[in-house]
Design a protein around this ligand. Structure first.
Ligand SMILES: Nc1nc2c(ncn2[C@@H]2O[C@H](COP(=O)(O)OP(=O)(O)O)[C@@H](O)[C@H]2O)c(=O)[nH]1
Ligand SMILES: [Mg+2]
Length: 189
């Protein structure tokens, strides 16, 4: 049974969730974001994580690593559990400020991706869109692919942040967008 396992965040901290296809690079990007190597586990076995992993950052906010979807070899029953878990999480989380939706730079958006955007719109959660693994594309392909993916998902191109967990590209832009979403104002001293 899918469940939110392990550590649970303390009540009251604002939260942002990372979502996307299995193997899209969520855990790798989370690690880049917090500048730690083994913060979120990078898996060699796609489709294995069936729980929500929560990470506290600086006692200021929570990042949630949602289980990936679209892994071909999981059963219909498991997919049903997935939808139940994610929808419950999105709908009944008063601290959720937004979702970072990841897309793979090398692939077109899938039906599952479009379903996820529809769900986010239905629940009314703000979404940041990250096109990740951008290091895999040649410079001239990048802009074209960002345009195509934005159109496929019905989002505006300037909502899209190209990122790479390998080179660190996009990390600072993503951090700034997250800070705005979480309404974190810089503190002095
Ligand atoms: N080239 C490249 N590979 C990546 C990037 N992000 C993740 N990967 C690789 O993609 C695979 C899946 O990554 P992971 O973070 O576990 O994906 P998750 O299932 O979405 O959490 C791993 O082999 C990673 O090393 C990236 O930005 N660039
Ligand atoms: Mg992962």
């Amino acid at each position: 049974m899918a469940s939110a396992g392990g550590w649970r965040p303390p009540e009251g901290l604002p939260e942002v969730a990372f979502s996307g296809r299995s193997n899209v690079g969520k855990s790798s990007l989370l690690n880049r974001l917090v500048r730690r190597k083994a913060f979120a586990r990078v898996s060699k076995t796609p489709g294995r994580t069936r729980e929500i992993n929560f990470f506290g950052v600086n006692r200021a906010f929570i990042l949630a690593d949602l289980p990936g979807y679209g892994y071909a070899r999981i059963s219909k029953e498991r997919q049903g559990e997935w939808v139940h878990l994610i929808e419950g999480y999105l709908r009944h989380n008063p601290h959720l400020r937004g979702v970072v939706q990841l897309l793979d730079a090398r692939h077109d958006a899938t039906d599952d991706d479009r379903r996820m955007f529809a769900l986010l719109a239905d629940v009314g959660v703000p979404a940041l869109v990250v096109v990740t693994k951008i290091d895999k594309l040649a410079a001239r392909q990048r802009a074209l692919q960002v345009t195509a993916l934005a159109a496929q998902c019905g989002v505006s191109e300037d909502q899209v942040i190209p990122c790479s967990a390998v080179t660190g590209e996009g990390r600072d832009d993503l951090a700034a967008s997250l800070a705005a979403l979480l309404d974190l104002t810089p503190t002095h001293g």
